[in-house]
Write a protein that binds this ligand. Sequence first.
Ligand SMILES: [Zn+2]
Length: 274
Amino acid sequence: MTSLIQLVLWGLGGVGAGALSARWNWWRQTKPGIPILMYHKVGNPPPGSKIRKLWVSQKKFKNHMAYLADSGYTPILFKDLYQHWDHQKPLPGKPVLITFDDAYANNYTDAFPILNQFGYKATVFVVVQTVGWDNRWHDPKTETRIPMMSWADLKTLQNAGWEIGSHTMNHPRLPQLTDDERKFELERSRQVLGEFLEETPKTFAYPYGAGEDDEAVRKAVEAAGYRIAAGIHAGKWTADRMKESPFNLPRIFVRGDENLFDFHLQITRGRSRL
Ligand SMILES: [Zn+2]
């Protein structure tokens, strides 16, 4: 079981009380709202990988899921969130959303089995042109090429109750595109996913979070037929945020170099570090 005291002691290990105050937000008040967790890669980074914070080891990922279970959280999907908003569909007592950006094959091989052990569902945001291939939008000098999920993998996740959302065709920075290019990235990705999965997604995530603060880009997301969109600003889902705009919902960036105490603070405060 994970009590706050245990977590605090865990955080204290090796760093000391002063550092605990200087580095972490433990003294901040708990914030209301629904945490939307953002993961990228699960497993160990391959040699040469430079963006290591995007990798969460299987051991850490399992500890996170155990923390959620011990704390009484129930994972839900974005469709539950907007159906709750639009049609008053009830939500469980302590909802949480687990999301994966980009649709790396390791989400399927390394995270899916762990989620199954807990009976948890998640949302994966797909870069449509890279399905069955690799993360070719990354500069290979800074991030090694690794395999992405196949259509069969995505179908299996869908059948297991996961939500499959769009993360564009090619992972561009949406504000830098022409109107036509942006329309293509948003509409075509939704259409292709709809054809392969026989269910057209209404959930979107901005590559790099780019465009989530840009009214014109948000309008384009809405015009493409999405109902809800996730950005990368730190924070939790609240009714006020949803009223303001359902097209730039904040998330909790789960970094591979953080510990379980960080995770606890992220979930309860919406952020961990100062
Ligand atoms: Zn991405």
